[in-house]
Write a protein that binds this ligand. Structure first.
Ligand code: UDP
Length: 237
């Protein structure tokens, strides 16, 4: 095993499956089973969930809601995804906790770094909800931040495509795939792997990012075993 502690970033869309909105139970089960496989190898798993399947703050203004309120709505949406994933993991007998960056302590624990580390060391999956707790940020930035705080060996960014391409492979048939790429190239070529704040945080802390297709069979397991899956983003391509 190459990675002993991972932080998995799941976008809201990754939990939506083929639906246009909301949470697809079959997709959540598939994700939970992939997490189980990785955990069964002895890997410590932390997860940051997005909320774009339910709400995005960027859209708020066009709907007459101010941006900051919209961002809080987006963060609250991530908590719905986090609770759904926790329930599924527990149904599979995998101990899991949700920690939130916003105070909703009747439902989940607040984010406490040392407590989260203890959970991981005890074999519990920790799901981080509500992003960074601040408007104008993204859950990708929350993923980079929590990965650094947890001392994760890698940030696994689950996507619908096979990794990083020079252009969108869902639109361009001639898109070129990069098996590995440097942080600087991602920024300079504006490849939108993650937003600039997130990728900068990874770069400054030398945290590798593996961008991979969540729909590929056993892909998460292959990544932690060091098999060539997806694209690795690191200091030197
Ligand atoms: N958000 C925020 N601060 C954060 C993380 C998220 O304000 O630290 C809000 C923002 O409005 C965002 C929404 O929550 O649009 C959902 O998060 P994101 O778009 O990152 O989710 P994903 O694209 O991963 O599903």
């Amino acid at each position: 095993m190459v990675y002993k502690r991972i932080l998995l970033k799941l976008s809201g869309e990754a939990l939506m499956g083929n639906e246009g909105y909301g949470i697809d139970p079959g997709t959540v089960e598939d994700v939970a089973l992939q997490i189980k496989d990785v955990r069964d190898l002895g890997v410590e798993v932390a997860v940051v969930v997005g909320g774009g399947n339910i709400y995005r703050g960027m859209k708020a203004e066009s709907q007459g809601v101010d941006r900051v309120t919209g961002d809080y709505m987006g963060m609250i949406a991530t908590a719905l995804n986090a609770l759904t994933l926790r329930e599924k993991l527990e149904q599979l007998a995998i101990p899991a906790r949700v920690q939130s960056a916003l105070a909703i302590e009747k439902v989940v624990e607040p984010y406490i770094q040392k407590k989260a580390l203890k959970h991981l060391q005890s074999g519990r999956v920790v799901i981080f909800a509500c992003g960074t707790g601040n408007p104008y940020f993204t859950t990708d930035t929350a993923a980079a931040l929590r990965a650094v705080e947890m001392g994760a060996d890698v940030l696994l960014k689950a996507t619908k495509v096979d990794g990083v391409f020079d252009k969108d492979p869902e639109i361009h048939r001639d898109a070129v795939f990069f098996p590995s790429i440097s942080y600087m190239d991602v920024i300079n070529k504006d490849l939108r792997v993650m937003d600039i704040t997130a990728i900068t945080l990874c770069k400054e802390n030398n945290l590798p990012v593996v961008v991979f297709n969540l729909r590929g069979k056993n892909n998460m397991k292959k990544v932690v075993q060091g098999k060539q899956v997806g694209t690795i983003v690191r200091r030197q391509a």
